[in-house]
Design a binder for this molecule. Sequence first.
Ligand code: ZN
Length: 169
Amino acid sequence: MQIDKHTVVTLHYRLQEDNAEGELIEETFNDEPLTFLYGVGSMIPQFESNLKGKNAGDSFSFGISHQDAYGEYDNESVVNLPISAFTVDGRIAKELLEPGRRIPMQDQDGNHLNGTVTEVKNDTVTMDFNHPLAGVDLFFSGKVEEVRAATESEIAHGHVHGPGGHHHH
Ligand code: ZN
């Protein structure tokens, strides 16, 4: 079966920066493969379009420019917040405030954002709300392990059930 809309795809991949010689960002080869419902917008569109028509056993490698992946790095998404914004149960959560640490936060409108701590001073914390891969050109390579037709309930729910997917309790 070929990868197409409403198939369930299982694959192993390696993600590197820029090209096949670039720094390794992540890989699944020593771990669980990635399983996803194809054609419902859960992946980067260019990731899906590069896999279309592939079969189990096929290898792949392709690049995706940052414009088509996680976008430009935006300097305006780096902000200084008062250290009091990191109060948990009435006290400053100092243990969270280490450079490089990702912290889930909310903006004034209640939207959930993940920020990375970049600098901590006495009364301010510099947070970077860019996606960690903003401004990074991506290079994917890997192998398709399995392609199967999605079930009606998977299509209705928009996600995979069973191994590698959602478990409903
Ligand atoms: Zn479901």
